[in-house]
Write a protein that binds this ligand. Sequence first.
Ligand code: HXC
Length: 513
Amino acid sequence: MKEKDELLRQKLELSGQGGGKARIEKHHKGGKLTAHERLNILLDPDSFEEIGALVTHRTKDFGMEKQVYYGDGVVTGYGRINDRLVYVFAQDFTVFGGSLSETHAEKICKVMDLAMKTGAPLIGLNDSGGARIQEGVRSLGGYADIFYRNVLASGVIPQISAIMGPCAGGAVYSPAMTDFTVMVEGTSYMFVTGPNVVKTVTNEEVTFEELGGAHTHATKSGVTHLTADDDVDCLKKIRNLVGYMPQNCEETTPRIQYEIKEEFRDQLASVIPDSAQKPYDMKEIIKGVADDNSFMEIHPEYADNIIVGFARLAGRSIGIVGNQPLSLAGVLDVASSKKGARFVRFCDCFNIPLLVLVDVPGFLPGTDQEWNAIITNGAKLLYAFSEATVPRVTLITRKAYGGAYDVMNSKHIGADMNFAWPSAEIAVMGAKGASEIIFKKEINEAADPIAKLKEKEDEYAEKFANPYSAAERGFIDEVIFPRETRRKLIKAFSMLQNKVAHLPKKKHGNIPL
Ligand code: HXC
């Protein structure tokens, strides 16, 4: 009994700090908080309950029986964020570099199983040197046990990964299979093979930061959805993110109290420039339709020709996908199609209605795009929208050209309400390109080909550079004025809130991955 009391005393003193004072100091000096400190910031005050604080590793090889730390390098349990239940694990780098042993993995799996049984989000704070080298295949098996659960949980409960230190080798595949990843600038990195292996195999010289730092993954690979300045910023961003999500796939999105007022927004009337060639910032439109300060952008630095993120509309969470005319004229390309598709699928998994803002001149031409499979990747976005059964509302602000018109949540692929501003142009292509093709002969034979082209351009624009042909056919439900957009959207989403739609019975579809 006395022995057990002693164990409990040690647990209280050492849980999550098994590495001892010196290691914690080193950890702090490197700009990192400990596992417990992180959980205290992530969770509501006094809400954390630890599970498995007395777990120790079982290995006796390599003198490991002499180094036993309670908790075994990971702190697991449950707590609350804004009074909603979440499950958590936080790897403790001060114990064997946060490396994953058989028992460390068992602890993570235990909270994953509880999260699934009770239908609550799982948040993992990753800070680990990877597989516990002394444990060999037992550690690899532990990773696979986690990967398997990540997949089973996908689409059932939201899963969020913070990368707050090293995350290398096969270990990266757990965050990769969760819904959102947030990386801390300067202290975190992710890669499958590190700089030394890269140098040996490809002779490239690259630093940890260049190869897999937060900035790299936010801008080049898109592996991370968000970056954070430091640990505190990262944990606050996760708290905010969770606020837009339901607890699981059977719940509707959280709603905060909102009283509908006069919802006109005059500033929207002046966003679209006079010239169709001039860019504007689609975020101005988002600001004008969403509740004040409610927009949280996801993937802000990657493929910024498309914008994705969460917002609230009259207090209700929605997902927004919008072309961004400020970047590459808002064209769809490989990266933006993948980014958009992934976000649409997340929203559809978790009953988050979708608002799609369209100003798209088409798909990006070029060998780079074709050889990098714009066909397959563009199809991802088309597929994701087509199979989404959540309420789907579209607003065409300006261009909706070619195949991109179809892809961007058109009526034809199942959108519920399609609005257009009077400035919308819905056509196979822009008036100039179209006239050059269909009136080629007439233009070439004209005494003044330039004047003829202009005349034909005007003729084409008159017919198609407006939303009315589409509205006559019902492809657009209503042409609305910019200032009344927010009001119309609130009404449309409210009308759609009890939408029920089922896909044909199947095991699962075969999205072009
Ligand atoms: C056991 C480990 C460890 C590991 C670190 N440590 N990684 N112990 N298994 N994987 C221990 C160190 O021995 C050290 O213990 C303490 O943690 C801190 O590590 P340092 O090296 O002093 O820290 P730092 O200088 O910050 O370097 C961090 C690091 C480095 C870059 C992560 O530790 C490292 O390269 N570790 C090995 C990474 C690795 O190759 N892992 C396996 C990847 S393969 P002491 O007692 O000296 O303080 C993999 C496969 C997953 O993960 C498969 C899934 C399918």
